[in-house]
Design a protein around this ligand. Sequence first.
Ligand code: BGC
Length: 746
Amino acid sequence: MKIKLIYGLTFTAALLFTSCNDKKEPKQVSEKITSNEYQGKPINHDYDAKIDSLIAQMTIEEKSGMLHGNSMFATKAVERLGIPELTMADGPLGVREEISRDSWAAAGWDNDFATYYPAGGGLAATWNTELSYLFGTSVGEEAIARDKDVLLSPAINIIRTPLGGRTYEYFTEDPFLNKKITVPFIVGVQENDVAVCVKHYAANNQETNRDFVDVQIDERALREIYLPAFKAAVTEANAYSFMGAYNKFRGEYLCENKYMLTDVLRDEWGFEGIVVSDWAAVHDTKKSIESGLDVEMGTPKPFNEFFYADALIEKVKAGEIAEADVDKAVKRVLQLMFTLKSIDDKGPAKGSINTEAHFQDAYKIATESIVLLKNEKGQLPLNTQNIKSIAVIGNNAKKKNALGGFGAGVKTKREVTPLEGLQNRLPETVKINYAEGYLERYSKTEKAKFGDITLNGPVTIDELEPEMLEEAINAAKNSDVAIVFAGSNRDYETEASDRASLKLPFGQEELIEKVLEANPNTIVVMIAGAPFNIENISHKSSALIWSWFNGSEGGNALADVILGNINPSGKLPWTMPKKLEDSPAHATHSFPGDQSVNYTEGILVGYRWFDTKNVEPLYPFGYGLSYTNFEFSDLKTDKENYNQNEVVNVSFSIKNTGTVDGKEVAQLYVSDPESYVEKAAKELKGFKKVEVKSGDSKLVNIQLPVKELAYYNEVKKEWLVEPGVYNLKIGNSSKNILAEVSININ
Ligand code: BGC
């Protein structure tokens, strides 16, 4: 057995510790602290006998109808047996507008307006599990109000490359944060009798060649990085449905991958729900049904031509496919319907949509998602008492993002833009001088703006119009303060293509530089869902904010942060690299591959790579400033030695030493300095967002189950915790570690 030296004392805080000179007794924080604070209800088996008798009465044609799209977002009903369609709707930004039954065209309803919620990156940047639950309950109420059984959300693939077209839609580069945001979201949605559809299972980390690329990941990285949130979606949240991804994994398409769909998902994790294909992701009737794919959905073609339609019926009749395999899938669909109460006793209409209450839910999430990257001269929050005019510059000040690009958006009656947010919140004494500054323009030579599955993504025109630049410079010169709203939008960051580079599109870098020269009192606000190369801009500006495709109330939330009505508390859910080549998939030249892509960086994804390889990021994972300051002190664990099945109770105090109230995200990272296997320099294993009033201290507890320290042993196919010393590090970003203690695991 391996022996490790125990160094450091469990009960003493380490060198970097700030001293606590607070006279008040620290207050106990009341947050829920167990690792399974949100737990979903399992599939209901009370109706299994009834389901068996229904299946016994069904023809193979009826069964097939229940297993494939008979319209764009629904399966076929079996009316004579009282079985309804299974109805679905996208997606991650809110309930998508109604789509025609047989094409991608909008159905043209006038009652399908919905709340536009912050995109996934924004939700993850809150680092607030309660807000994730709020998001889930709120969007779940909207989905049931639209009579949907399945909401095609959350999208939880790990952000492997900053170029990823769906980075804005996904949560994070870190598996722990990923699962902690995923689980409450699912529980919230499903409490409304709506199933989530957790997507895209799995290893769908790039859009380039997504229809055929064969992803190779070693088993350890798969288990430690890419699967934990999917696993927690089953074992903690009891997700009722999963979506099989487009791509291949180890030679097999994900929608016909027995290892992933049956061995791991059902046999290991105990999944009892249904697996739905991504739209047109099925390639082989027999392989899919035998691998555990239940429902085939797709893009327009005659519905009888789906793999699970005529072909399935013929193959069953010819004895090539066992009818028992079809029955298994039908049974799962019926079990889901009974669990959701969408069959038999449907009861009165439920839910609500497009309501003020839901807009306010979106607002709450948005307020905690915004990340303050830089505030060197204390320009923020903006004191409007000394200001008569503000230059508001940039196309993004007016750009709306509820719809756009390729993929699911939301038809909404409310999307407050950044400019409108300022107009709503600024006193009348302050004049706004607006200048668009840059145009969102794409190259005419490009085949199509969206939808081409290409490495290059949309090709932009990056020259500024001289008159527009001049107008922006004049606005900046003639105003007390300038705010540039830059970044990207949902036409540029889009499903179905990755970006070609991290360069700011449309000539924005030049615009920002010129505005900074014209008025040193300039605040730069980036609105984007994914990292960009902002090293130069960040170097030149003294006040820098990061916001997201941030939902119906995004502009109000942003104005409230700029004006100090809200103290920012968002933290980056991914690393902002100085340059693309610093990111692991690019440093290892293993993106995007061709027919096949090999994730050669293994477990060193995101900050794990930057830390372990000593590469300096521009802004680290977990980073974000506040208008106040926090001191961490008195880091302790409840014991020094732990057995493998115990929980480490980590406690410390956080003091707000500034003059305004604020929220801080305390982050617990763990290092295993003497491991026998390769490990990242540190890994996130706990976090807690706490609100501390100015001058107050709070005692914070984080529960760390020892099992969280396990690594995946590929030979034994087991999670193992190596005995010995582990260093627990508390900080407010992955780089800014403020205190450290050691524990020993027996
Ligand atoms: C996307 C899914 C989406 C589906 C239906 C696919 O192209 O990958 O995320 O749910 O379309 O709109």
